[in-house]
Ligand binder design. Sequence first.
Ligand SMILES: [Zn+2]
Length: 87
Amino acid sequence: MSDRKLIKVRCWNSPACGRVYSWLAPLDSWELLIACPFCHEEALIRLAPHVRPDHVVMAGGDLPPLALEVLDLPDELPSEPRPPEEA
Ligand SMILES: [Zn+2]
């Protein structure tokens, strides 16, 4: 069972939506996908930029196992549109 953490996400769909919502996120991936509960647009949330600076993350390489203690999450996480599926 993976860790879950209550995070706040700001919808990227601004100005149409742009609202902030809370989500008990399953921290089992460095990139989380969720649909905004207000406008239902799918959003991508990247955790890798929020790793504590004393934990080195190899750019483009294998990431270490995701653990809550290496994350330094802001009160409010930005999101971005879900990228198209890779062919
Ligand atoms: Zn939204």
